[in-house]
Design a protein around this ligand. Structure first.
Ligand code: NAD
Length: 351
C-alpha cells in the first residue's frame, strides 16, 4: 500500500510514518516544513526505499495535483495543519488558510485524481482531526464526546478544524469521495514540539525555570500516547467504514495541574533537583482566552468496530516521554535555539 501522509514532519505525522513503514507500507511525506516541522523525527526511516519526501504547501493547488499524479497513492492521511491553539489566537489567518483552504485543496486534488484513475475501489481519504471541534464539556464525568456530539468549536484553531471536517463530509456526500474521519484527544510522547504543555514543562523543569499553568490548572484534558494514536489512525485509514468518523481517546482525564504534578514526580525520581522538588517551580499564569474547561472522549466505536486498544497506560506513557526528553537533548536543544518556543506560556503574567 502506498500512503500519502501530509504533515509527516510534524509530531503525529512522523509517528504515523514510522509505524506505517514498520508495517511495510510505502509512504510519501508531503510537508511544507513550517516552524513546527522537524525532519529529524524521520531519521530512522528516511533512507528507506519505501520513503519519499515532497516539500509542498497544501495552500498550493498545483503542487498538490502534481504530487498526486506523480506518486498515485492508495490512501491519503491528511494531517498537515496549523496545530497550536495559542498561535491561532494571535494569528488566526494562518489557520484559516492552511486548515480550511488547504483541506479544500487536498480534497480537490484527491477528487481529480480519484476520478481520473477510474474511482479505484480501495482509495481512501482519511482526515485527521481533533476533539476540540466539539467544544467544552461540563465537569460531570458521565458526559463524554461521542461521534454524534454537536460541533461547538470555540477557538480559531478548533473552528478551522471543524470547518475542514465539514468540507470532508461534504465531498463524500456530494462527490462520493471515499473518506474516513477521526477526532482525537490531546496527544503526548516523543518528538512533541516544545511549544506544547508537556514538553514545555519537562524542558522548563530541566532548565530550573517556572512551570507555567494557565488559570488555576483545573482545565481537564484526555491524554493519549502518540504511538497509540498512530496505531488507531492506521486502523481507521485502512479499515474504517467509508463516510464514518471515529473518536479516539485514551480515557485518561487529568487536570492540567495534576498532569504537571505527575511530570514533576517522575522528574524528581529520574533527575532529582538539588534545590528542592520540581513542583516548587509551578507558576499559575493568566488564563488563555476562551479556554475550554474539559475534553473527554468516548472511544467505544473504534474499540468495538476496529478492535483498537491503547498499548500503554498514562503512567507508562508519561514516564516514557520524560525519559525520551532526558535522552534526546540533541533533538530539542536546536529547536529551542531556533524558535524561542514555549514563549507565550512561559512569559505570561503571574496571577
Ligand atoms: P504539528 O504542528 O506537530 O505538525 C504539523 C505539520 O504540518 C508540520 O510538519 C508542518 O510543517 C505541516 N504543515 C503545516 N502547514 C502546512 C502547509 N500549509 N502545507 C503543508 N504542510 C504543512 O501537528 P500535530 O500535533 O502533529 O497534529 C497533526 C494533526 O493532528 C493536525 O491536523 C491536528 O489538528 C491533529 N490533531 C492533533 C492533536 C494533538 O494533540 N497534537 C490531537 C488531535 C488531532
Amino acid at each position: 500500500m502506498k500512503i500519502l501522509v501530509t504533515g509527516g514532519a510534524g509530531f503525529i505525522g512522523s509517528a504515523v510514518i514510522r509505524l506505517a513503514m514498520s508495517h511495510g507500507h510505502a509512504v510519501v511525506n508531503l510537508d511544507a516544513l513550517t516552524y513546527a516541522a522537524c525532519l529529524t523525527n524521520l531519521a530512522s526511516v528516511a533512507d528507506s526505499s519505501l520513503y519519499a519526501f515532497e516539500q509542498a504547501d497544501i495552500r498550493d493547488q498545483a503542487a498538490l495535483d502534481k504530487v498526486f499524479s506523480v506518486h498515485q497513492p492508495d490512501i491519503v492521511m491528511h494531517l498537515a495543519a496549523e496545530s497550536h491553539v495559542d498561535r491561532s489566537i494571535d494569528s488566526p489567518g494562518y489557520f484559516i488558510e492552511t486548515n480550511i483552504t488547504g483541506t479544500f485543496n487536498m480534497l480537490e486534488a484527491a477528487r481529480k485524481y480519484w476520478v481520473e484513475f477510474g474511482k479505484p475501489e480501495n482509495f481512501r481519504f482519511h482526515h485527521i482531526s481533533t476533539d476540540e471541534v466539539f467544544g467544552s464539556l461540563p465537569s460531570d464525568p458521565a458526559v463524554l464526546f461521542t461521534e454524534d456530539t454537536p460541533y461547538d468549536p470555540r477557538s480559531p484553531y478548533s473552528a478551522s478544524k471543524a470547518a475542514s471536517d465539514h468540507l470532508v463530509r461534504a465531498w463524500h456526500a456530494t462527490y462520493g469521495l471515499p473518506v474516513v474521519l477521526s477526532n482525537c484527544s490531546n496527544n503526548y510522547g516523543p518528538y512533541h514540539f516544545p511549544e506544547k504543555l508537556i514538553p514545555v514543562v519537562i524542558l522548563n523543569a530541566l532548565a530550573g525555570i517556572a512551570l507555567p499553568i494557565y488559570g488555576d490548572g483545573s482545565n481537564i484534558r484526555d491524554w493519549l500516547y502518540v504511538e497509540d494514536h498512530a496505531d488507531a489512525l492506521l486502523l481507521v485509514a485502512t479499515r474504517g467504514a467509508l463516510g464514518r468518523s471515529y473518536n479516539i481517546g485514551g480515557e485518561n482525564e487529568r487536570t492540567n495541574l495534576q498532569l504537571v504534578q505527575n511530570l514533576c514526580a517522575i522528574l524528581d525520581r529520574l533527575r532529582p533537583r538539588e534545590a528542592g522538588n520540581y513542583a516548587d517551580l509551578i507558576t499559575f499564569v493568566t488564563d488563555r482566552p476562551g479556554h475550554d474547561a474539559r475534553y473527554a472522549i468516548n472511544p467505544s466505536r473504534i474499540r468495538e468496530e476496529l478492535g483498537w486498544r491503547p498499548s500503554v497506560t498514562i503512567e507508562e506513557g508519561l514516564e516514557l516521554t520524560v525519559r525520551w526528553y532526558l535522552e534526546n537533548e540533541d533533538w530539542w536543544s536546536p529547536l529551542l535555539a531556533r524558535n524561542g518556543v514555549g514563549k507565550r506560556l512561559g512569559t505570561d503574567k503571574k496571577v
